[in-house]
Design a protein around this ligand. Structure first.
Ligand SMILES: [Zn+2]
Length: 190
């Protein structure tokens, strides 16, 4: 969903004008101001993830690193974009605790395709009634989220292998087909 800057724009603008008295910005209430600030709002609405905080950070930075009158607004926008990016890593870390955030982070995972579950193979000759393959929790964010989720049911958690164990040799399961491994081990170049 696109967020609008409208709810905080008026508040921001009055603070911004007080912060930059010498920037040559139009005085609110004049016809000039109406056109200029309407355009500002329209352009600010196009910036994804913009908030009162990130825009204020940009405005404050503009005090320390002033721009020419002509470049005042473009510089404000550039600083706001940088403030949004600077805020992101923290947000991402928090997100991994939620299923939605973990799904986002695991999108395109080359082990599970973003599903959180991936196939593992049985190591030893397969007894007839045992399946040769089973689903394991992936090592990516979604797989980790699933393991944390199933901690509430230890019996269930034990039933589903952890790919992390498989990759580190702590499991009876293999991360690839035994016949593939066999073929590679018997490969003779001459
Ligand atoms: Zn994965």
């Amino acid at each position: 969903m696109r967020h609008s800057a409208e709810p905080f724009f008026e508040n921001f603008l009055s603070e911004h004008l007080a912060r930059h008295p010498k920037a040559g910005l139009p005085v609110p209430g004049t016809p000039d101001a109406k056109v200029v600030y309407k355009t500002w709002l329209k352009l600010l609405n196009q910036i994804e993830g913009l908030s009162y905080d990130t825009l204020t950070t940009a405005s404050e930075r503009l005090v320390a690193e002033p721009a020419s009158e002509r470049k005042h607004f473009t510089t404000l926008v550039a600083f706001a974009r940088e403030a949004i990016i600077a805020k992101k890593p923290e947000g991402k870390r928090q997100d991994l605790a939620t299923r939605e955030g973990a799904e986002q982070a695991s999108k395109g995972c080359d082990r599970c395709g973003g599903m959180g579950l991936t196939t593992v193979w049985r190591r030893l000759p397969v007894p007839e009634r045992t399946p040769a393959t089973v689903a394991a929790h992936c090592v990516c964010a979604l797989g980790r989220w699933m393991r944390r989720y199933w901690e509430r049911d230890p019996a269930m958690l034990r039933r589903i292998p952890d790919l992390d164990d498989v990759l580190n040799g702590r499991s009876v399961w293999l991360a690839e087909e035994p016949s593939q491994i066999e073929r590679r081990n018997h490969y003779r170049p001459f």
